[in-house]
Design a protein around this ligand. Structure first.
Ligand SMILES: [Zn+2]
Ligand SMILES: [Zn+2]
Length: 239
């Protein structure tokens, strides 16, 4: 929890379990909270959309055909330090992948990634317009949904979900994307201008929240005679 003893020894008779320094100088340590569900970080949104545009939403492989795939991989391996050229290459790969509507590996339909406002435009939701270039499959999907609708009531789903389903689009919630990214093979991660030994796409999705030690959280005055109490951060992190 936010007041975990491992983060800061509140009782000075205890030894700090996290470092060998004397208790008087130990300022506490950063901890973390594991989130029940992963979330998108707004700052990584663009990078996440780029990766989603490049990979098959069914098998997680880069959408390039075999020839372009091997030339892209050898480019990324050959040009190690020229960041501008690597970034330009990734842009070219992204544009190429956006044109591909059938995965050359598994044959699944792929379409554009779209941002749609949700929760009264308080946040953005990502959807995959899977059948954008496949009218026939879209109609098939719709009739399948209509049949399903009779047995399952969709009324319990949120309005946003209903809209997405109505458009035969796939909802790309953070958990779905995390799973997709974890299944990208290392070779394909290299093509996406990342070095799999240092960083992988799934690290762009937040699964843990850092928790600062008590001493650097702002303290809140509680009014006359009450002194200061646990700060807002502690309260928010407890929720
Ligand atoms: Zn310590
Ligand atoms: Zn595929």
């Amino acid at each position: 929890g936010p007041l975990d003893r491992r983060m800061e020894p509140t009782d000075k008779s205890l030894t700090c379990p996290r470092s060998p320094e004397p208790l008087q100088t130990c300022a506490g340590h950063f901890g973390y909270l594991k989130l029940t569900l992963p979330v998108f970080h707004q700052g990584y949104f663009k990078a996440i959309i780029t990766i989603l545009s490049c990979i098959c939403k069914s098998c997680s492989r880069v959408l390039l055909d075999p020839d372009n795939y091997s030339s892209a991989l050898s480019f990324m391996r050959r040009v190690q330090d020229d960041h501008l050229r690597r970034a330009a290459k990734l842009r070219a790969i992204t544009e190429e992948c956006k044109k591909i509507s059938v995965c050359p590996r598994c044959g699944a339909c792929n379409g554009p990634i779209k941002k749609i406002p949700a929760g009264g435009s308080r946040y953005l939701m990502l959807i995959h317009d899977k059948f954008a270039k496949h009218e026939e499959q879209k109609l098939e999907f719709h009739s399948m949904l209509a049949a399903e609708d009779k047995s399952f009531s969709l009324t319990k789903r949120s309005q946003d979900m209903k809209q997405a389903i109505g458009k035969a689009a796939q909802d790309l919630d953070p958990l779905t994307v995390l799973d997709m990214f974890q299944r990208i093979p290392d070779e394909d991660v290299e093509i996406l201008n990342m070095r799999p030994e240092h960083s992988r796409p799934e690290e762009l999705i937040i699964t843990h929240l850092p928790v600062p030690p008590c001493c650097i959280r702002p303290s809140v005055a509680m009014g006359v005679g009450a002194g200061s109490n646990e700060d807002d951060l502690t309260v928010i992190l407890s929720e």
